[in-house]
Design a protein around this ligand. Structure first.
Ligand code: 9D3
Length: 262
């Protein structure tokens, strides 16, 4: 999979590409990430990429010409192919595991990283094929979001993780056809490692018991409880067994007892 990043801060990505999963995916040939400096597509002496907003107001806006020139140069490399062009913007559709999964099927993606107050709307309307946000919080530009999108997408490519299956066990992925206890859409259960006792805090006995059925049940219940308390919105998407439902009902009744005591 090839990513073409259009940014005024190509150096921002260099350390990200020299570590971890993206580095490995590039080394193994699963991913190619090309950095394009938007200023290389300007035509004035000052390499101007932005200008004041028509109608007034604070901040600056990316001019359309350099962005069009950059994308059209990339389109020119493979003129016969359709080339998806993603603008990272707070106005985009929210990135999620299913959006990453969808993107992972593309052979090539162009990512435009905005800055300042935004990008001239004619870019969004006439050049871009998709607009994506990583969440409802304010960042200074699209560079971190582009890195997040690439990491989430590349780890789904077949062969990128040592274990072909392991990405499917993550929270949020809800794949079909596997035992519910390994492939669920719940938050993860708690994990512990040695020592079994640290500053008076003990690892739950059940995890040391060697009773695999008890451990499975404990993990499932912990995952259900954490999800019910923190992300009840996720529970609506998860297929629940009769046993799961009884556990959640029992959590609700302890909740009522707590309320009664207050
Ligand atoms: C404070 C400025 N805002 C005025 C209401 C608008 C605004 C413009 C540009 C807010 C943020 C940005 C820069 N952010 C991005 O380009 C961006 C982003 C983000 O801020 N949050 C989550 N996902 C993304 S993707 C691109």
């Amino acid at each position: 999979m090839t990513f073409d990043l259009i940014t005024i801060f190509p150096d921002f990505f260099r350390s990200i590409l020299e570590h971890g999963l993206l580095k490995r995916a590039m080394a193994s040939g699963h991913a190619t990430i090309r950095l394009h400096d938007l200023r290389d597509y300007t035509d004035d002496r000052h390499r101007t990429v932005d200008d004041r907003p028509f109608g007034g107001g604070p901040g600056m806006v990316f001019k359309p010409e350099p962005v069009f020139r950059a994308v059209e140069a990339l389109r020119g490399e493979e003129p016969e192919k359709r080339l998806p062009v993603i603008l990272l913007t707070p106005q985009g559709r929210l990135l999620s595991q299913s959006v990453a999964e969808e993107l992972s099927h593309a052979e090539r993606l162009v990512l435009i990283c905005g800055r300042y107050e935004g990008v001239d709307e004619r870019v969004a309307e006439n050049l871009v094929t998709d607009e994506i946000s990583i969440g409802d919080f304010v960042l200074s530009g699209g560079e971190l979001p582009a890195a997040v999108l690439m990491e989430a997408t590349v780890r789904l490519l077949p062969g990128v993780l040592g274990n072909e299956e392991s990405s499917e066990q993550d929270s949020f992925a809800v794949p079909e056809g596997a035992p519910a206890e390994v492939r669920h859409g719940l938050l993860d259960c708690p994990h512990y490692t040695r020592p079994a006792e640290f500053r008076d805090w003990k690892v739950p006995d059940v995890l040391l018991s060697g009773d695999h059925e008890q451990i499975r049940q404990w993990r499932r219940r912990q995952a259900l409880e954490k999800t019910w308390r923190r992300r009840p919105d996720l529970l609506a998407q998860v297929p629940l067994s009769e046993e799961d439902r009884r556990w959640i009902e029992s959590l609700k009744s302890t909740e009522h007892e707590l309320e009664a005591k207050i």
